[in-house]
Design a protein around this ligand. Structure first.
Ligand code: MTE
Length: 313
């Protein structure tokens, strides 16, 4: 099932039933929390097998983060704007790595889910992703809860990885195996798909940190509003804090919108601008800039500025 259009997208936390679901290899595997285990193997001093109570015995963390689908790996430059904001809870991967003890040659962490199936003409695949060891150890959480409730089967029950600053593709669901290795794995979902050439050219790189993006949510695209004073609102997000959002109505200049600060977690940030709309149709665009100086492109990439059409009556 693919859902891209939440019914109440303007809530700060997206209700679980409105979070998109992306399963590449068929239906969600039905795992049982009582028999689930996670193995940690490869370049480690102490290979491990953890069960669910052992995961709960580790230090726990809770945070809110933007959960964004990159879009189809077969069309890496097409915008889908499938984005939500979710509260996760779980154990930091760092706690598990400390138990296992990475050996000096370990450079990469491979994360593998329990789903099996076919994708893009390849059969018998697992869902496998990898991250540099330093980055994974600093950021990844082994999450068992979403918005305060146990993960639902489609979202990775009982445990998934969450890489809070990265695109959703890196947050492996139904996590059952972690491998530490000196090299990256050569796999459909690591080196062949979910790679892209950076703007300006160069070598293809894995899809990891989120791009800067923004989405106008109120008024609804295609909706109508009373002519006159109108409040334009939406959310902006990035791997780092968003520092500015501008809005352009029709062909007028870009206006700075009021923007909330991000706070301690990598959540999205609300923006708003009051404007005056003459009767008739209007197009409204929003454009975000982040603290790394990245600006949404006007056209041509998956995070191009978002545009809606509204009718003032
Ligand atoms: N993990 C497994 N095991 N299998 C998958 O197909 N899809 C990935 C990621 N983790 C996937 C996975 C992709 S592309 C995204 S965008 C997110 O899960 C979606 O998470 P959600 O379905 O919980 O919203």
């Amino acid at each position: 099932m693919i859902r891209t259009d939440p019914e109440t997208p303007d809530l700060f936390i997206t209700p679980v039933e409105e979070v998109f679901i992306r399963n590449h290899l068929g239906p969600a595997p039905r795992l049982d929390r009582d028999t689930w285990t996670l193995t940690v193997e490869g370049a480690v001093e102490r290979p491990l097998r953890l069960d669910f109570p052992a995961l709960l015995d580790l230090p726990q963390t809770r945070f809110t983060a933007v959960h964004e689908c990159f879009g189809s790996p077969l069309r890496p430059h097409v915008p889908t704007r499938a984005v939500t904001n979710v509260e996760w809870a779980g154990a930091p991967l760092a706690a598990v790595l400390a138990l296992a003890g990475p050996r000096p040659e370990a450079r990469h962490v491979w994360l593998e889910g329990a789903d099996r199936g076919d994708f893009a003409g390849e059969s018998g695949l697992t869902y496998l992703k990898d991250l540099p060891l330093d980055q994974a150890g600093a950021e990844v959480v082994l999450a068992h809860s979403m918005n305060g409730e146990p993960l639902r089967p489609d979202h990775g029950y009982p445990v998934r990885a969450v890489a809070p600053r990265m695109f959703g593709t890196n947050s492996v669901k139904w996590l059952t195996r972690i491998v530490l290795a000196a090299e990256r794995p050569d796999h459909l979902f690591t080196t062949r798909l979910y790679t892209r050439v950076p703007p300006g050219g160069g070598e293809a790189r894995p899809v990891r940190e989120k791009d800067v993006g923004s989405k106008l949510l109120t008024p609804r695209d295609g909706g109508s509003v009373p002519a006159g004073a109108c409040e334009l609102e939406g959310y902006a997000w990035s791997a780092t804090e968003v520092t500015a959002v501008e809005i352009a109505v029709d062909d007028a200049d870009w206006q700075p919108a009021e923007l909330e600060r991000r706070g301690p977690h990598p959540s999205w940030q609300r923006f708003r601008l009051r404007c005056d709309l003459a009767p008739g149709p209007h197009r409204v665009r929003c454009r975000a800039t982040d603290s790394a100086g990245r600006v949404q492109p006007l056209t041509g990439d998956r995070n191009a500025v978002h545009e809606i059409g509204i009718l003032a009556e």
